[in-house]
Design a protein around this ligand. Structure first.
Ligand code: HEC
Ligand code: HEC
Ligand code: HEC
Ligand code: HEC
Ligand code: HEC
Length: 296
């Protein structure tokens, strides 16, 4: 078995080129189609930030919980199949935002494999499924597909055109018109209930709050200006808050939430010679995020 491993690895590395045409049937196939390992060599800082981000563990949740498990368990949700072997892509409406590549590039066989892995609580396999560099810089990089066309295989999208990009598979970078705009994030960060499903689900609604309670009050910043401020000259891909890092999250909350308290103490002359001590307390909690917190 050991002897065959290099052959298998070579096959998996080559897979992204050919597999974009065919749909993935297993966790490993989809993971390897969207594998961003090759980006690490040249974009080491961004890669390290991304690896620590929630986007890199988008099916795992805080502290590694497998939060979609109830969907794979009989009778637990309206989506649950009688048996994990009967799961389909419709079993997991959550893929729309937690793993959009599954909707486009995987089929029902993948959903069965994933449902079985959930029942087996196989964190090692499931953690390979992530919102990777390719998910954002290809799949989610174009919104107006009728006018601009669909994202092309072998092309990445960034904030500028690069005719010769050194990656072996993605040899070109095209300019995306949304990379530095909030709507890029709004595709997954939610506007309200997702009414397109037979049973609507609601998860993140933060983009709705950004539009209706920030922009409408004169807010001017894009999500990227607050969440991707440059670190050493490059857009930060950690996307704080990182809920698994309590210290940094505490600091972020302290910097972004303020509590002002004014008090006035006085004596109320209720009737002649009867002084009642009273106090007026005004509290004002403010926060500087571009949307409500917490979300969801
Ligand atoms: C062999 C080195 C190399 C590899 C591998 C590589 N890149 Fe790049 N990439 C570069 C260089 C160099 C630039 C910057 C070119 C410039 O700024 O003119 C760049 C630019 C980019 C940009 C455009 C940045 C912008 O300003 O919008 C994106 C997006 C990008 N790379 C993503 C990726 C992703 C995703 C991968 C993995 C699939 C990857 N790169 C793999 C070298 C590499
Ligand atoms: C409209 C897109 C969207 C859909 C659909 C969606 N989610 Fe989410 N979900 C998000 C985003 C974005 C976050 C993280 C940001 C936030 O919490 O504001 C999130 C966060 C979560 C979290 C908290 C993660 C953690 O780190 O612990 C859980 C749990 C979760 N989703 C479960 C689900 C489940 C289960 C479904 C399907 C039934 C689902 N979501 C459907 C977008 C979505
Ligand atoms: C959640 C979506 C998302 C993921 C995942 C993601 N990126 Fe980005 N990336 C962006 C956005 C949005 C920008 C533009 C930021 C801006 O203009 O402020 C960007 C910018 C960049 C840039 C240009 C940086 C600069 O400041 O010049 C490079 C290079 C890049 N990304 C590479 C990568 C690589 C490599 C990965 C994976 C390790 C990755 N990205 C993962 C959304 C993403
Ligand atoms: C492909 C869908 C997708 C896109 C595009 C996307 N996100 Fe996310 N984002 C998610 C999901 C899903 C999570 C939660 C993952 C988890 O913890 O399970 C998340 C987590 C986060 C978090 C961590 C906090 C939290 O509650 O989990 C921040 C901050 C964040 N995203 C900001 C952004 C910003 C800013 C952009 C745009 C530049 C963006 N995201 C683009 C899907 C997306
Ligand atoms: C004016 C700056 C600003 C803008 C604009 C902004 N954010 Fe935030 N955001 C913050 C701050 C500060 C926090 C930290 C508060 C905290 O720790 O929860 C935060 C928290 C979050 C969280 C964690 C939510 C939670 O449950 O606490 C997510 C996810 C997120 N932002 C995504 C986005 C997305 C997506 C956009 C654009 C649609 C955006 N943000 C626009 C400043 C901003």
């Amino acid at each position: 078995m050991k002897f065959f491993r290099p052959v298998l690895v070579a096959f998996l590395v080559l897979l992204p080129v050919s597999a974009f045409g065919e749909k993935a049937k297993t966790i490993e196939e989809l993971a390897s189609m969207f594998d961003s390992g090759s980006c690490k060599e040249c974009h080491a800082e961004i890669y390290a930030q991304w690896e620590n981000s929630h986007h890199a563990r988008s099916l795992m949740g805080v502290l590694g919980g497998l939060f979609m498990t109830p969907l794979a368990m009989q009778g637990k949700t309206p989506f649950s199949p009688d048996d994990p072997a009967q799961a389909t892509l419709d079993t997991f409406p959550c893929f729309k935002c937690h793993l959009p590549q599954a909707v486009l590039f995987a089929d029902d066989a993948f959903a069965k494999d994933y449902a079985k892995a959930l029942i087996a609580q196989d964190k090692t396999r499931i953690s390979k499924l992530r919102i990777t560099c390719i998910t954002c810089h290809n799949t989610k990089a174009i919104i107006h597909k009728r006018s601009e066309g669909h994202p092309e295989a072998g092309v990445l999208y960034g904030s500028k055109e690069i005719a010769a990009h050194d990656d072996k598979v993605f040899k070109k970078v095209k300019k995306s018109s949304i990379m530095d705009h909030a709507i890029m994030c709004g595709q997954c960060h939610g506007q309200g209930p997702n009414l397109e499903f037979e049973n609507p689900v609601q998860c993140a609604t933060l983009y709705g709050s950004y539009q209706h309670n920030y922009l409408s009050k004169g807010g001017q910043k894009q999500c990227q200006e607050c969440h991707m401020q440059k670190v050493d000259g490059l857009a930060d891909h950690l996307f704080a808050p990182n809920w698994n890092d309590m210290e940094a999250t505490k600091k972020l909350l302290q910097d972004s939430i303020s509590l002002d308290i004014d008090t006035v103490g006085y004596d109320w002359l209720r009737q002649s010679k009867e002084h009642k001590p009273l106090v007026v307390v005004n509290t004002r909690i403010n926060q500087s995020a571009g949307h409500r917190i917490p979300d969801g």
